[in-house]
Write a protein of this length. Structure first.
Length: 341
């Protein structure tokens, strides 16, 4: 159950300003978040929104200009450096570019955090071999990064991040450098780690498809601010912000084929199919519509779909369509587009 007692990471009024010339850059502004133990929490936004800066602030690799970060109730900014370094062993991190030591073998890369923690060689090797088994690379312990594929390198990086048995795993665009098939396998691995080891995962991405496949809750960040937070289903069904609506549309693109002003986004929850609803609506309302796009997704183990339709120009027909959808308890939102051509 998600309660105040179950919060593992808490961000309060966090801002980050980079003092560069000619003008300072406000990378993060007044960020507030609560992340619960055991969940997979996504942070999504477009490039430059502040995602990477935020995730680096969670373990103070990047020091906030103002505000505080609490980990298991402890204010990280108030800790002496020695305590902060020790606490970071409980917060593993993986990166887009893997960040492996090129001259070290896979098992040596995994052992590195344990060397810093002064764990004995025998214990380091035992732990590393168990982790190689967990990530599906038991036969690659002597391979160097140049001998591994991108997906295999990320698996080694994940194993290294787990070496000190962290309770939180921070993932900085962990799949954006991988092809779709490899991305699927890495996401499945992260979900397995969350499920079997109970590790809380915080994942940043610019892809809604990644959030839909793995996350329990998601925060949407836009222009350095968090604009909405909710379950993945809530964000998909009823996005509140312009950036969230852009992210959940098929392909993440605004509709360019619309010649009028108004469209409806209809959301299906798996209990109704596209064709009967739309066909029945057209017959009942005596109003033809133009289908602009449609797709379906699996969110939290349930099938969801969405369809974007262009409404007729007739206001009376638009009202009939609205009333019909409401009478059938079908979720829809009105989207306003303007033709700037």
């Amino acid at each position: 159950m998600n309660t105040q007692d179950n919060i593992i990471l808490k961000v309060e009024n966090l801002s980050k300003v980079f003092a560069v010339k000619p003008e300072p850059i406000e990378a993060l502004m007044d960020i507030n978040l609560e992340i619960y133990a055991g969940e997979i929490f996504g942070i999504i936004g477009l490039s430059g929104a502040g995602k990477s800066t935020l995730i680096r602030c969670l373990n103070l690799l990047e020091k906030p200009t103002s505000g505080r970060v609490f980990f298991k109730g402890r204010d990280l900014s108030a800790l002496p450096k020695s305590e902060l370094l020790k606490l970071r062993q409980s917060m593993g991190m993986i990166f887009q570019s893997f960040n492996l030591f090129q001259q070290r073998s896979a098992i040596e890369n995994i052992c590195y955090p344990l060397e810093i923690a002064r764990v004995s060689r025998e214990q380091r090797l035992s732990r590393a071999r168990k982790l190689l088994e967990l990530v599906g690379l038991p036969d690659r312990e002597t391979a160097t990064p140049s001998e591994l594929s991108g997906g295999q390198q990320q698996r080694v990086a994940i194993a290294r991040a787990l070496a000190t048995s962290p309770s939180v795993l921070l993932c900085d665009e962990a799949t954006s450098a991988l092809d779709p098939s490899t991305t699927d396998s890495i996401l499945a691995l992260l979900k397995k780690i969350n499920r079997e080891l109970g590790v809380t995962i915080v994942l940043i991405t610019h892809e809604m498809s990644v959030v839909e496949r793995i996350c329990d809750r998601v925060a949407v960040i836009d222009r350095s601010r968090i604009v909405e937070v909710g379950s993945v289903t809530e964000i998909f069904v009823r996005p509140q912000s312009a950036i969230a609506r852009q992210l959940v549309f098929p392909g993440g693109e605004l509709v360019e084929r619309l010649t009028g002003d108004t469209a409806l986004r209809i959301v299906f929850d798996g209990e109704s199919s596209f064709e009967p609803v739309l066909a029945n609506m057209v017959l009942a309302c005596q109003a033809p519509v133009n289908i602009l796009s449609a797709d379906s997704k699996n969110i939290e183990g349930r099938a969801y779909g969405q369809m974007l339709i262009q409404l007729p120009d007739d206001p009376a027909a638009q009202r009939r369509i609205h009333e019909y959808l409401k009478s059938r308890n079908i979720t829809f939102t009105e989207e306003i587009w303007h033709d700037n051509a």
